[in-house]
Design a protein around this ligand. Sequence first.
Ligand code: DQA
Length: 148
Amino acid sequence: LRILVLHGPNLNMLGTREPGHYGNQTLAEITNNMHTLAESLDIEIENFQSNHEGALVDRIQQAVSEDVDGIVINPAAYTHTSIALRDALLATALPFIEVHLSNIHQRESFRHHSMLADAAAGVIAGFGATSYLLALRGLNDLLRIQHI
Ligand code: DQA
């Protein structure tokens, strides 16, 4: 399987950014742990982080021509605002898992709504860096066992 892992704005700051919400792991450490899990699941993953909505849209569109089987995405603040990311994900028709480090439902009310969640195959939030690993395991199961 090939899985594209996308990270939205400010996630390049993980490690130092609001550790009370997002923990101490850097994006590089999270990515390393994902690679280790991916190897054990026989998955190929590719990571992409951008602070720019359009760059994320471009990367999602590109996935179609790359034989990608599914997407794990932490859209960060664009979760709550981006019709463009929603449309791009729907256009690929690929299954995707929405991931958050923090439990967005425990936080400010403007974080409670996601523009993407109802279109996602699954949503994982609140497990810190482990959220990404759970998402990868979940997507692997959906693709291989439930044949979505
Ligand atoms: C986040 C939650 C979002 O509300 C926030 O804007 C982020 C990170 C999370 O992983 O908990 O940047 O997606």
